[in-house]
Design a binder for this molecule. Structure first.
Ligand code: UDP
Length: 471
């Protein structure tokens, strides 16, 4: 187990985005939280400090929580490849799939419990009775008993799920239930439809994650900087220039590294319209589906490029399937007819420096004419909120948390059946051919993202959970 450093952020910065009045409410909410905690700490525990939505969200939100002098910490558990293979299998089950098809039986309980048992001493050294422990996702669920035993209040925050349980998801829940039910005081889900029936609704809160308008992922970048960054990393054939951005800690840095790009021929020109999906290399994100829909249905539109971007595959510790999924994408890309293949780039983003990785994602989401999130299932889909905040119109599957974010034809386009490549392709073609619609959806998306996806609303919801836990 190791602790992740949290950089304190000043909540007053929000004033430029949400105005004075709303910022005052934000700051007052923090005061209420401090009062409720009365000297206790909030300890977040998850399984990775980098890559994916949970890490992204914790970096941001906890920074503001620290900035408001609330005592909060973040620790990351360690596990063997066998443990992460297993927890990925559980994760896939909660999304209604069977993952790698492996079992969830006695032997798996043994691997799971034994791995988490190894964290007990570290946990005991860190927690004090009364602390509020927030365990994230299946990887840490098995720590609830120990945290409870140490006298803490325990919340389990589940970021994944599906609205209608099926045989696979029930199997996943059956595995987790004995670790949760006797010990968890409160549950937090992204969507009220995600919890299984045995979780008491009166001890459950639905909370959307939030994004930070000032982080490297979302901070404003000029068109010149966007072009310079994408040119430097090897995605665009544009004008080289200044790749300066502001880090999370406030210091100034430059994008130095390059991306690994699979491409035939030269990079895209800045003038061509770019369709972008940024995701982990995960089957649920259906990168291959995006590529196939692009090949089969968008081919007639001239001057359009597709970029599928994800992290370097060795970089996300709790996501062992990344390499296989990237390999399948590469094989599908190789099988495309040359005329289509030369308009599709597969990009692995450098992960040595998370701020640098984030600002490349930022530049991609800003440069994109359309951001897609063609997930087959989705807990929330932070990439959607990120694009919306940047006024980039979104075409996304109507699944999980995406449905909460995108109001179809008002703040983006939703594709009802996530497996329907024709419907997805038609939405892309419609939007690519209509500049006015893209601007209209993008502007409405920005307003909506500012209204509901920023940290102040998020913190308000957590204060409600803290009230429930401390009362
Ligand atoms: N992301 C990133 N770098 C990458 C790929 C993804 O920073 O190379 C980020 C992406 O911008 C988003 C998060 O990872 O903030 C993914 O969150 P989302 O909720 O979309 O999906 P999850 O990975 O949690 O399933």
């Amino acid at each position: 187990m190791h602790e992740v450093s949290i950089v304190a952020r000043d909540p007053r910065r929000f004033e430029t985005v949400i105005g004075r009045e709303r910022t005052d409410v934000f700051v007052n909410t923090a005061a209420l939280a401090t009062e409720l905690l009365a000297g206790r700490s909030i300890v977040n525990i998850n399984s990775t400090a980098a890559g994916g939505g949970v890490a992204e969200m914790l970096h941001v939100l906890l920074g503001y929580v620290r900035g408001m002098a609330i005592d909060t910490r973040w620790v990351v558990i360690e596990g063997s490849p066998a443990f992460f293979e297993l927890t990925k299998r559980i994760h896939n089950h909660l999304y209604g799939g069977s993952g790698d098809g492996g079992p969830l039986g006695e032997a798996e309980h043994h691997v799971y419990a034994e791995t988490l048992q190894a964290e007990h001493d570290d946990l005991a050294a860190m927690l004090r009775p009364g602390d509020l422990v927030i365990l994230h996702d299946p990887q840490t669920a098995g720590l609830a008993e120990h945290a409870k035993h140490l006298g803490c209040q325990v919340a389990w925050r589940c970021h994944v799920g599906i609205d209608e349980q099926n045989a696979q998801s029930e199997q996943g829940w059956t595995f987790l239930r004995p670790y949760l039910e006797p010990f968890v005081d409160h549950y937090v889900f992204t969507d009220p439809g995600f919890p299984p029936p045995w979780i008491p609704p009166e001890r459950t809160t639905a909370i959307w994650p939030s994004i930070d308008p000032f982080s490297p992922k979302n901070q404003e970048l000029s068109d010149e900087t966007v072009e310079a960054i994408l040119t430097h990393v090897g995605i665009l054939a544009g004008r080289p220039g200044d790749t300066t951005f502001r880090r999370n800690d406030g210091s100034v840095a430059r994008v130095e590294r390059h991306c690994d790009v699979f491409r035939t021929g030269p990079p895209a020109t800045p003038e061509s319209l770019m369709v972008v999906q940024v995701s982990r290399w995960d089957v649920m994100k259906d990168m291959i589906g995006v590529m196939q829909a692009f090949a089969d249905h968008v081919d007639g539109v001239s001057d359009v490029e597709l970029v599928l971007a994800g992290p370097t595959v060795t970089a996300v510790a709790d996501d062992p399937e990344g390499g296989q999924v990237l390999q399948s994408c590469w094989e599908a890309w190789r099988a495309l007819p040359h005329a289509v293949r030369r308009r599709v780039q597969l990009v692995c983003l450098p992960m040595h420096d998370l701020d640098e990785n984030a600002v490349i994602v930022n530049a991609l989401q800003r440069h994109a004419a359309i951001v897609t999130q063609k997930s087959l299932a989705e807990g929330f889909g932070l990439t959607v909120a990120e694009a919306m905040l940047k006024r980039t119109p979104v075409v996304a599957s109507a699944v999980g948390g995406i449905v909460e974010q995108v109001i179809d034809r008002e703040t983006g386009l939703l594709v009802k059946d996530p497996t329907d490549l024709g419907e997805f392709g038609a939405a892309l073609v419609r939007l690519l051919g209509d500049d006015e619609l893209r601007s209209k959806l993008g502007a409405a998306a920005r307003d909506r993202a500012v209204e509901v996806h920023l940290g102040d609303t998020h913190l308000q919801s957590w204060v409600e959970v803290m009230t429930a836990l401390t009362s």
